[in-house]
Write a protein that binds this ligand. Sequence first.
Ligand code: GLU
Length: 476
Amino acid sequence: MSSKVRTRFAPSPTGFLHVGGMRTALFAWLVAKQGGGQFILRIEDTDQKRKVEGAEEHIVECLAWLGLIPDEGNKERIRQSERVKNGIYQNWAEKLIESGRAYADPYSPEQVQEFRAQAQADKKPFLYRNHRPDNPPQWEPGLPLRFKSEPKEYVTHDAVMGDIKTGPEVVDDFILIKADGFPTYNFAHIVDDTDMEISHVIRGQEFIASLPNYRNLYEALGIEPPIFATVPHIMNEQGNKKLSKRDGAKDILDYRSEGYLPETMTSFLATLGWNDGTEQEIFTVDELVKKFSLDRVQKSGARFDERRLLWTNGHFIREMELSELYKKVAGFWPKTADKYDDDYKKKVLSLVQERLKYFAELPELSSFFFEEPPVDKNLIENHKKLKQYDKSQLKEMLETTKTKLEGIRNFKADAIQKALNELLEQTGEKPIVLFSLIRIAVTQAPASPGLAETLEVLSKDVCMHRIHRQIADFQV
Ligand code: GLU
């Protein structure tokens, strides 16, 4: 093996990419960047039946969104199906046949099934090699080609999982080339990782049980294996099973359309099962390139916590310059914002920036700035303090407020805040009562940005009108 760092992401184009696949890609990319090496994209499309139209482009788009641009295989795709056409796997298979380490499998699937059933009846694990034919036929396309294993004990070092000890009973004769002429994953990835001089094979947990078989094949080929790194599963929020679509494993690009930032995704994915040994929970890409290490990836499954994702995104949104954020949220305003100018929308954005967790939330947080919200009686009826007041008391408070605010000449937050404070003294009410009431009257929302700032942006006329409307509502 050369000492160059070369990692690869080797997805099968069988559907959309979700957090698990994306995290594997990120880890591989980080290891490559950190080692000054290359990150390679290889499309593993030998299972033509499972291939999904558009999946390959989708994968490339997901990688591009997070800035994980492959050094090889991005534009000039590396596809296993093309390597099949070029006879690459066949050549390697022939080498194994010549050295006596591969043979044609003469059994029909029904016969193999019988062997299996027999092993089960005998309460023994099924091993194909117990049925290895003495005189296999000459291999020809159309027959499966099997590896002739040499079972032995192994201690396999995995950069994440540590040393894995296995006995000879887990090494078996597996299929190299299927009856349809396509190589299996088990064979093709070893050929490809060797040809592409991959130094670190970083992949999901589903392949860990096959490591002894792979080692046996590497030995048969006389090749020193790469560094293995097995990334644990991503678990659901309760941590009791692998994350599924039901628990929110969605298409990575859905996060983009909901207004998550790529920097959120990289930080969140990296910390799904990895930390730097401190309490730090949010990392920039540059920090990750410096600090990431496979030996700090945890061995057990990592819990997918959607609230942490929201919190991380909120953090990056708050950190962003207003002008930059304004550009990014362009497609997310409510329809009613169309008739407002940039200046007004920027003011609104500066107020909601603090609370915005993802861009698709923008209409919910800002619509009252653009259209008159309908009066929502529940807001007062369910308010823990306001529900204790009579309508006539509330009406009186609002009338006093209206008169006070009307008297402000320069309707700016400072002056408004001063007036609001005076109103507290005047009415003898607490902020939780008076300010909540005013906020509900003007926004009809359960929460809003700072009251004085909100009133300023809405303008005096709009505030007067909405307070008046609330007063009228108390009368009916
Ligand atoms: N094609 C395999 C998959 O998508 C990749 C496994 C690997 O990274 O080697 O599961």
